[in-house]
Design a protein around this ligand. Sequence first.
Ligand SMILES: *Cc1c(COP(=O)(O)O)cnc(C)c1O
Length: 415
Amino acid sequence: MNENHKPQYGFTTTILHGDRQKPIEHGSLHKPIHTSVAFGYKDARELAAVFQGRQPGYRYGRQGNPTVSALEDKITKMENGYGTICFSTGMAAIGAVAQALLREGDHVVSSAFLFGNTNSLWQTVGAQGVTVSMVDATEVANVEAALTPATRLVFVETIANPRTQIADLARIGTLCRERGILFIVDNTMTSPYLFQPRAVGAGLVVNALTKSIAGHGIALGGSLTDTGVYDWTRYPHIAENYRKFPPVQWGMAQIRAKALRDFGGTLGPEAAHHIAVGAETMALRLERECSNALSLAEMLDADERVAAVHYPGLKSHPQHALAGELFRAYGSLLSFELKDGIDCFDFLNRLRLAIPASNLGDTRTLVIPVAHTIFYEMGPERRASMGIAESLIRVSVGIEDNADLLEDFRQALAG
Ligand SMILES: *Cc1c(COP(=O)(O)O)cnc(C)c1O
């Protein structure tokens, strides 16, 4: 846990050298992979003190592990937050919000422009007695109009996956602060390198570590970071047990117990290690991916066979100016629609480098026909309400050499 001061070093230096701020076993440059599930103490009273929260330490691997803690500290620094809890996947992190913080009768306001699985999660939660209002969060007025006395939290993504709508982040943050409502931002599409949601008043930040933070597509993981800005004394469901800590710790204490301990979506130490290694090159990868994405978006936009391109870096994007104000770059994800008469499957099959696959933030460029795969289950009506055309192709732009990448799309369009 850090003290929310300005970091001493830049983003990448902090990731590379952060672990060594605490001693590492044998002078190891990487935090070792600790596979032990249990942690022994010479004095049995110490074990009791750890269980009672009077002394820091590990008890059982489901609730914490030294390799995972080192990654949690790294993410806390990336987000300039107060503390972080890691989970087995990004969805486990978002699910933890529902498990730890929501009860029957509660109300949630969520952006309607969402990652498909998060959309599905809100339906699941909706069937368990929580009401979820899905609104167009590019306008704060829509969020405000949906608030009720039972609203516990507002949930948005930074750049929505896959149509790239950008939530009215700063104004929603101000609204939530005024009303004492918890503001949760899924930062996966921007990553803490491009944007820190703490800057717009987010209380909790979600990161799917699987994506840009790891970057290599060899490990799943997710995290929730408490930025330290939310006043937990305004949250009605914090159990008595966690209220004995200082209020800034209430959220993390309840989430670690109620979600991680009770539901067990724990990140394994091997995955934590892979993610930590990947994170070292995040800034370098994102610089390359974002510049590749911008040039690919511009090329597609100028092509007469393309009906529409959705990328915040294009001047035609409705939130282009907002993205420029808030984010360090415009992101590595774009989506586009082919003109009628061009079969999207034929087009995808002509690509030689870009791979039809469902992941984001990978070093390789990945493409997917959205309506036929990740957004298939929700059906045409809901897709239309999210602005998702049946021919929409999502591109997660990788770090390939720019000329090779552009040529691949050019030849696939020509064919
Ligand atoms: C991928 C993704 C998630 C879920 O992460 P998993 O690790 O795949 O569970 C959540 N939010 C967004 C925006 C994502 O892109």
